[in-house]
Write a protein that binds this ligand. Structure first.
Ligand code: SAM
Length: 226
């Protein structure tokens, strides 16, 4: 495998590993969701979508964002790098082979990529691409609602949460992870207004790179069905 491709794959794997270590993703691993279908809203570049798929051993992972160019590129590149490296590694150095054995997650080695990327504004009532009803075991988002609140307002946040409810199976989970800068109740209100009971809230204090303290909170709602 040409060296630059290995470096690109290493960079992607670094992002996936970093995302997989996030407390809200780690906690999801305890919910018994393996082999699930998941929808990840506001997927941006797609590294978190891959991390979710990896940690939960999901059978399907859909990344949804209003702008999917970066995520689409990530998924195409990851597929291509993995396929190329499978062809090239037997002829590369022992070090490259060791790297592959030790560093590459099993789902990539096995070329399991059931990740779909869809372009959608989750808060907008007119939806050119309609996601299926009651299809997912988990609908989740991280650092999405505050964007919608800032750009589209409160009603749009409630409408986005209702959309997460619509696509989730009865008994499935809706998980919202937000930086809230100390106002823990704020997102709970939106979730309750949309018709969800919050069954658990985790508050996580993380020191971000600039040395500034950021408080993130994660809301776990088990959707009881209609
Ligand atoms: C701060 S990024 C979060 C990325 C990732 N989840 C993370 O935590 O690293 C917010 C993402 O939400 C997307 N987004 C914002 N409003 C949206 C909307 N109404 N519908 C769909 N995606 C939206 C943006 O395009 C962006 O990729």
């Amino acid at each position: 495998m040409p060296q630059f491709r290995k470096l690109d794959l290493e960079r992607l794997l670094g992002q996936v590993r970093y995302s997989a270590g996030a407390p809200w993703i780690q906690h999801l691993a305890t919910l018994g969701l393996s082999d699930c279908r998941l929808a990840h809203f506001g997927c941006a570049g797609g590294a978190q979508t891959l991390a979710l798929m990896w940690v939960l051993d999901a059978s399907e992972a859909w990344g949804i964002d209003r702008s999917i160019d970066q995520a689409r590129k990530t998924m195409c590149n990851a597929r291509q790098w993995v396929c190329e490296s499978i062809l090239a590694l037997p002829y590369e150095s022992q070090a490259a082979l060791t790297w592959w054995e030790d560093q590459v997650p099993l789902f990539l080695k096995q070329k399991r990529f059931p990740v779909m990327v869809k372009e959608r504004d989750i808060a907008h009532p007119i939806r050119p691409y309609q996601l299926p009803d009651r299809y997912f075991d988990l609908a989740c988002c991280s650092h999405l609602l505050y964007h919608i609140l800032g750009e589209q307002g409160k009603e749009a946040v409630v409408s986005a949460v209702r959309e997460m409810i619509r696509v989730t199976k009865p008994g499935g989970w809706i998980v919202v992870d937000e930086p809230d800068e100390g106002v823990v109740q704020r997102y709970r209100e939106f979730l309750e207004q949309a018709g969800l009971d919050v069954c658990r809230v985790d508050v996580d204090e993380t020191v971000i790179q600039a040395g500034e303290k950021l408080t993130a909170s994660t809301y776990y709602c088990q959707f009881r069905g209609r």
